[in-house]
Design a protein around this ligand. Structure first.
Ligand code: GDG
Length: 453
C-alpha cells in the first residue's frame, strides 16, 4: 500500500488528526507513506528516505515558492476556507493554482516511479485533489482511493473556484471517494448530479466520462483503547502543583473553523451568572498553525484579546478563568487533561469529523464521566447524538449548555457517555482504515488485482 498525504511524521511523536490516524494504520498494515519533507528543496524529482520503521517513509521537497503558493496558498487560502464555508477568506491568485497543479504533477511522477502495478494507492485530503488524474495521465492503472478529511463543499460554494467543473473531474479519477459523513456524501452526489458529464449507475457507482467511481462515508476515529489507557494513568498529573480544581477543556489547532472566540465569549457569559468562588476555569490548548496566513494571524490576535479581556474582567488573586496555552502539549498529558475535565468543548463552525470529541469521550472514567459539548456542525455530531449538541454561532446557547453540563446529574452523564463511547468504539481508527481499504479493493467488481482478494 502507498499512502500519500501532505503531512508525514518526521520524529517519534505524532500529532494532528490525519497523521495520528495514518500512523496507527500503517503501523499495523505496513507499506510506504509519502509526504512533504519539513525542509525546503529545489524542486527535486526524487524522494528522501525518512525512516524504515514501522513502515517506509519517503518525502518530497517543496521549494519555498511552492510552500507559499501550493501549501499556504491554494491548499490553505483557497480550498481550506472553501470547504469550511468561509468564502470570504478565500484568496485567489493565479500563482496559487499553478503551483498546486505543478506540485500534484511532480508528486504523481515520483509516486509513478516507485508504484508497483498491484499497489493500492491511498491519497489524503484537499492538498491532492488532482493527484489521481495526474497519475492516470502517466498510465497508472492502480486502484487509487481518496479520503477527504474536511467537509465536502456545497455545490454553490464551489463556484468560488475559477474552474469549478474541475473539482468533479479530478475526483472522478479515483476509484473510491471516501468522505467523513453521510451529509458529505449527499453534497458530493449533489455535485455529480448537477454535472452533465456524470451518469448514475444502477449499483450506485458514478460513471463520469469514461471512468467509474464510488462515493461512500467512512467516519474517522481514534485508537480508542490506547487513548483510554493513557488517560487512566494515575501517575501523571498534568497540572503538577497548579491544579485548578473543576475545569472545562478545549483542544484545537488555532484555526478559525474551530469557533474559539465564541467559545471564550460563551464561557464569559456563563461566568456572569455564576457566583465568585464556585466558578470553574477553562483550560484551552491551542497550538499555532499556518501562522504565515493572514486569516490565522487575525484569529490568533482576536483570541488573545478576548482571553485577556475575560481574564481581566473575572480573574481573582487566586484564580484565573481562562488558562490559554498557545503551544502543543504532549499526547499523554492531553489524555490526562481530558480525563480530569468536567466538560469537553467542541465549538467548530465546520469540521470534517473532530477527533478531539472522540478523544474526550474515550478518556472519561465511565463511572464518573464528564460531558461533551459538541457543535452540530462537526462531523462527529452526525452519530454522537447523545453529546450535548450546541449551535456555536449562538453564544447564549453555548453558555446555557455549559451550565447544563456542569450541573448534569450523574445518571444522565453516564447514559450520555455510554452512548457516545459506543459510537467512538464503532468508528475506531482501525475500523475506519480497514473499511476504506476493503471498499477500495472491492469497489469495482469488474476490476481484479492479483493478491488483493
Ligand atoms: C482534520 C479535520 C478531522 C491538538 N492539539 C494538540 C494535539 N492535538 C491533536 C488532537 C487531535 C488532533 O490534534 C486534531 O484533530 P481534529 O480532528 O480535532 O482536527 P484537525 O486537526 O482540524 O483535523 C478534522 C481530522 O482531520 C481527521 O480526519 O477530524 O475534522 O479538520 O488528535 O488531540 N496533540 C498533541 N498536543 C496538542 O497540543 N499531542
Amino acid at each position: 500500500m502507498i499512502v500519500v498525504s501532505n503531512r508525514i511524521p518526521t520524529g517519534e511523536s505524532v500529532s494532528g488528526g490525519l497523521v495520528v490516524a495514518l500512523h496507527d494504520t500503517l503501523g499495523c498494515a505496513g507499506g510506504i507513506w509519502i509526504g512533504a519533507h519539513p525542509e525546503p528543496g529545489i524542486g527535486e524529482e526524487t524522494l528522501d528516505e525518512l525512516g524504515l520503521t514501522p513502515y517506509r517513509r519517503l518525502a518530497f521537497r517543496l521549494t519555498e515558492e511552492e510552500q507559499k503558493n501550493y501549501y499556504l496558498g491554494y491548499a490553505n487560502s483557497v480550498l481550506w476556507p472553501l470547504c469550511h464555508r468561509r468564502g470570504d477568506l478565500v484568496e485567489m491568485r493565479p500563482e496559487y493554482g499553478a503551483a498546486y497543479q505543478a506540485v500534484n504533477a511532480r508528486v504523481a511522477r515520483m509516486v509513478g516511479k516507485i508504484a508497483r502495478h498491484d499497489d493500492l494507492i491511498w491519497v489524503h485530503d484537499y492538498h491532492f485533489l488532482p493527484l489521481a488524474k495526474e497519475m492516470r495521465a502517466l498510465g497508472l492503472a492502480n486502484r487509487i482511493g481518496f479520503f477527504l478529511h474536511v467537509p465536502f463543499p456545497a455545490l454553490g460554494d464551489l463556484s468560488v473556484l475559477s474552474q469549478p467543473e474541475r473539482f468533479a473531474d479530478d475526483l472522478a479519477h479515483y476509484n473510491l471517494i471516501g468522505l467523513q459523513t453521510r451529509s458529505d456524501v449527499a453534497r458530493c452526489l449533489e455535485m455529480f448530479r448537477a454535472d452533465p458529464r456524470a451518469e448514475f449507475m444502477p449499483d450506485g457507482g458514478i460513471k463520469f466520462l469514461d471512468r467509474i467511481t464510488a462515493v461512500r462515508s467512512f467516519p474517522i476515529g481514534i485508537d480508542t483503547a490506547g487513548f483510554a489507557e493513557d488517560a487512566a494513568q494515575e501517575a501523571v498529573n498534568p497540572f503538577g502543583r497548579g491544579d485548578p480544581g473543576r475545569f472545562l477543556i478545549g483542544v484545537d489547532r488555532l484555526d478559525y473553523s474551530k469557533g474559539l472566540p465564541n467559545r471564550f465569549r460563551a464561557f464569559a457569559r456563563y461566568l456572569e451568572n455564576r457566583p465568585a468562588g464556585s466558578r470553574p476555569c477553562l483550560v484551552q490548548i491551542a497550538p499555532p498553525t499556518r501562522q504565515q496566513v493572514r486569516a490565522y494571524q487575525d484569529i490568533t490576535r482576536e483570541l488573545e484579546e478576548i482571553a485577556g479581556h475575560v481574564n481581566g474582567t473575572f480573574a481573582e488573586l487566586d484564580w484565573t478563568p481562562i488558562r490559554y496555552i498557545h503551544r502543543s502539549v504532549p499526547r499523554v498529558e492531553l489524555a490526562r487533561l481530558y480525563r480530569k475535565a468536567s466538560v469537553g468543548l467542541v465549538t467548530s463552525f465546520a469540521d470534517g469529523m473532530n477527533l478531539v470529541a472522540k478523544e474526550y469521550v474515550a478518556a472519561q472514567d465511565p463511572k464518573n464521566p464528564g460531558v461533551l459539548l459538541l457543535s452540530r456542525f462537526a462531523g462527529a455530531a452526525e452519530d454522537m447524538t447523545d453529546a450535548l449538541q450546541i449551535n456555536p454561532y449562538d453564544v447564549e446557547d453555548v453558555a446555557t449548555a455549559i451550565s447544563t453540563a456542569l450541573d448534569m446529574p450523574l445518571e444522565e452523564r453516564q447514559r450520555r457517555h455510554a452512548s457516545c463511547l459506543d459510537v467512538v468504539g464503532r468508528t475506531d481508527v482501525t475500523i475506519w482504515s480497514t473499511a476504506f481499504l476493503r471498499a477500495l479493493m472491492t469497489c469495482i467488481p469488474s476490476m481484479t488485482f492479483p493478491g488483493f482478494e
